[in-house]
Design a protein around this ligand. Structure first.
Ligand code: PEP
Ligand code: MG
Length: 588
C-alpha cells in the first residue's frame, strides 16, 4: 500500500509494539510581539513574568506530589531540577533586564534569553549535556504557556492502550501519563540519553526517539508499529507489513520467553567452566532489571547520573541512601560502584571547570576527583558507609599510572580513619579495583595489578584511545574494531598480567555484551562480564552453548592473523568446534 510510511530514528528502548497513535503535542503558544512604549508597560510585563514563574513552580510542585505516589524517582529528581531552574534569580533577572533595556514584551525577552542559554549548552561536545537543552525547552514552554494564560497542567488522557507520539515529553508529562496504558513512545527530539529514553528503558516500554517531524506524518488513531530495537516506526502499515511485524513481534516475545528460561540456570559452558555475568546500571530504577534478568550482581554502577543535571552536588547522605538501597536490593550479590567519571566536557553546572580543547583527554574522571578531593571524599564516604549493608566494591575510572592509585589509597586511608573515629560502620577490607581503559595502564597492567584487588576493562574508552577513534564521531566509526589485532593483543596482556598477580579481570565496556565476542573473551581468560541488563540472558545462552577448552585453543591461534577480517573468517570456520551446541546463528 502506498500509504504506509517508514521513519527512522534512534532506538531508545527495545521491543516491538503495534497500536493506535495518541498525539500529545506540547506546542508553544503564538505571540504577537510588540515594543513597549511606557514605564507602565515595562512594569506590567515584568509582573507578568514573575507571575508566570510562580504559576509554573506551583504546577510542577503539584505534579511532583501526584507522581510521588507512583514512585518514579527519576522523574521526581528531574522535576526538582526544573523547579530549581525556575528559582534561578540570574535567569529571571536577565529576562527582566531585557524587558527594560530592549523594551520588548516578556515572552519575547524570555525567548531571546533562553535562545542564548541553549546556544551555549549546545556548543558543548558531550551528548548528555547537549540533551539538557530539553530541560531549558520544557521550562521555556511552560513559562510561555503561562504567559499566554493557557492551562498547562492537564494530564494527557490515556484511557486505552496507545502509542504516544509527541514532539517532546517533559518528565512531568511522562510521569503523570497512565503508563499502564502506554504501549510505546515515539518522540521527535532527543537521543539515547534523553529523559524520555531513560524513563522508557526503566519502565521497559519500547520507544524510538529523534524522529524529526513525526507529528506531520502521524495523526491520532493511525496504526503505528514501533520497533524500539532498530529505531524504526511504520505508520499505517499495509496488511503485508502488519503480518510481517506481528510475526517479528511474536518471534521477539518467544525469543524473550525462551531466554527467560536461562534466568535461573548457571552461567556455565558445556564443559563446566563458570563465569559471572553482571549488569551495568546508570540509574537506581534499573536495579529491578538486574534482578529480573538474573544478573550475578552489578559490575558497573556509573554514578555520573547522580551528579549531572543537578543544581547542587548530592550530599553524602543522599549518595549513601542510594548506594545502600542498591546494595541491599542486590545482596548477597556484589555491587561495584565506580567513582565519578565526570569533568572535561561533562561539567557540573556550579563548579568552574575550564573549557578544554580535548575534553576526553582532559581533566576527567579520576583526574578530576584527585583535584576536587572534597567531592571525591564525599563519594568515598558514602560508598564505604553503604559497604556495611552488603557486598560492595569500589572502582576507579581512567587510571593512567601507578601514582594515581597510590594517591587514591592514601585518600581512602584518611577517609576510613575518619569514619572509624566517627564510629560509622563500613567494610574495612572493601575490595578496590581500577578500570583499565587507557593504553598506558594496559601497558603497565603488571605493576597496577600489585596495587589493587581487581581489574575491569573499559573497552569503550580503551578502543577509542588505542585505535585513535573518537567514540562519538560517526566519520571514523568504520575504524572501530574490537577484533583489531592490537585490541586482542592488549586484552591478552592485561588478562595475563592480572592472573600472574592473582587478581580477577572483568570487562564492562560494550564489547562484553556483544554475544558474538563472548567465546573470544572467555578464550582470552576473562573472569567476569558486565553488560546492559537486557543482554544478560543471551550472553548466558551463548555461554551454555560453548566449549571453554576449545575457545582457548581457537583464541590462541588468532594471534597468527594480521587483520580483523582474517580473524573473523577464521572464527566463522571454527564455530562448529567452539560452539558445539550451536543452535545459534552467531555472526562474527
Ligand atoms: C568504558 O569506557 O568501556 C566504560 C565502561 O566506561 P564508560 O563507557 O562509562 O566511559
Ligand atoms: Mg570509560
Amino acid at each position: 500500500m502506498e500509504n504506509d510510511i517508514l521513519l527512522k530514528g534512534t532506538g531508545a528502548s527495545p521491543g516491538i509494539v503495534i497500536g493506535k497513535a495518541l498525539i500529545v503535542e506540547n506546542g508553544r503558544p503564538d505571540f504577537t510581539h510588540y515594543r513597549l512604549s511606557s514605564e507602565k508597560e515595562i512594569r506590567e510585563e515584568t509582573a507578568a513574568l514573575h507571575k508566570a514563574i510562580e504559576d509554573s513552580k506551583a504546577q510542577l510542585t503539584k505534579t511532583k506530589k501526584e507522581i510521588s505516589k507512583k514512585k518514579i524517582f527519576e522523574a521526581q529528581y528531574i522535576i526538582d531540577t526544573h523547579i530549581l531552574i525556575l528559582q534561578d534569580k540570574i535567569l529571571c533577572n536577565d529576562v527582566v533586564k531585557r524587558i527594560r533595556s530592549e523594551k520588548v514584551d516578556a515572552a519575547w525577552a524570555l525567548k531571546s534569553t533562553m535562545e542564548e542559554l541553549k546556544k551555549s549548552v549546545l556548543s558543548l561536545s558531550d551528548d548528555y549535556m547537549r540533551e539538557r537543552v530539553s530541560d531549558l525547552d520544557y521550562i521555556e514552554r511552560r513559562l510561555l504557556q503561562n504567559l499566554a494564560g493557557k492551562k498547562v497542567d492537564d494530564v494527557p488522557k490515556v484511557t486505552e492502550k496507545s502509542i504516544i507520539i509527541s514532539n517532546d515529553l517533559s518528565p512531568a508529562d511522562t510521569a503523570i501519563l497512565n503508563v499502564a496504558e502506554v504501549l510505546g513512545f515515539v518522540i521527535e527530539c532527543g537521543g539515547k540519553t534523553s529523559h524520555t529514553a531513560i524513563m522508557a528503558r526503566a519502565l521497559k516500554i519500547p520507544s524510538v526517539v529523534g524522529l524529526k517531524d513525526v507529528l506531520t506524518k502521524v495523526k491520532n488513531g493511525d496504526t503505528v508499529i514501533v520497533d524500539g530495537t532498530h529505531g524504526v516506526i511504520i505508520v499505517n502499515p499495509d496488511a503485508e507489513m502488519l503480518r510481517k511485524y506481528n510475526q517479528k513481534k511474536a518471534q521477539h516475545e518467544e525469543f524473550e520467553k525462551r531466554l527467560l528460561q536461562y534466568r535461573d540456570l548457571a552461567a556455565e559452558s558445556v564443559d563446566g567452566y563458570k563465569i559471572s555475568l553482571l549488569a551495568n546500571i546508570e540509574i537506581v530504577e534499573e536495579v529491578g532489571s538486574v534482578i529480573d534478568y538474573g544478573a550475578d550482581g552489578i559490575g558497573l554502577f556509573r554514578t555520573e547520573f547522580l551528579y549531572l543535571n543537578k543544581k547542587e552536588l548530592p550530599s553524602e547522605d543522599e549518595l549513601f541512601e542510594i548506594f545502600k538501597k542498591t546494595v541491599q536490593t542486590v545482596a548477597p550479590r556484589p555491587v561495584t560502584i565506580r567513582t565519578l567519571d565526570i569533568g572535561g566536557d561533562k561539567f557540573i553546572s556550579h563548579i568552574d571547570v575550564a573549557e578544554e580543547m580535548n575534553p576526553v583527554m582532559g581533566l576527567r574522571a579520576i583526574r578530576f576527583c584527585l583535584k576536587e578531593t572534597v567531592i571525591f571524599k564525599t563519594q568515598l564516604r558514602a560508598i564505604l558507609r553503604a559497604s556495611a549493608f552488603g557486598n560492595t566494591k569500589i572502582m576507579f575510572p581512567m587510571i593512567s599510572c601507578v601514582d594515581e592509585v597510590l594517591q587514591i589509597k592514601k585518600i581512602l586511608r584518611e577517609v576510613k580513619a575518619q569514619l572509624k573515629k566517627e564510629k560509622k560502620p563500613f567494610n574495612a577490607d572493601i575490595p578496590i579495583g581500577i578500570m583499565v581503559e587507557v593504553p598506558s595502564s594496559a601497558t603497565i597492567a603488571d605493576l597496577l595489578a600489585k596495587e589493587v584487588n581487581f581489574f575491569s576493562i573499559g573497552t569503550n574508552d580503551l578502543i577509542q584511545y588505542l585505535l585513535a577513534i573518537d567514540r562519538v564521531n560517526e566519520q571514523v566509526s568504520y575504524l572501530y574494531e574490537p577484533l583489531h589485532p592490537a585490541v586482542l593483543r592488549l586484552l591478552r596482556r592485561i588478562i595475563q598480567a592480572a592472573h600472574d598477580n592473582g587478581i580477577p579481570v572483568a570487562m564492562c565496556g560494550e564489547m562484553a555484551g556483544e554475544s558474538s565476542y563472548i567465546p573470544i573473551l572467555l578464550g582470552l581468560g576473562i573472569d567476569e562480564l558486565s553488560m546492559n541488563p537486557i543482554a544478560i540472558l543471551e550472553a548466558k545462552k551463548v555461554l551454555r552453548s560453548m566449549d571453554y577448552k576449545q575457545c582457548r585453543e581457537v583464541v590462541d591461534q588468532l594471534f597468527a592473523f594480521t587483520t580483523a577480517e582474517g580473524i573473523k573468517k577464521f572464527l566463522n570456520r571454527q564455530k562448529k568446534n567452539y560452539l558445539p551446541k550451536n543452535g545459534l546463528s552467531l555472526k562474527i
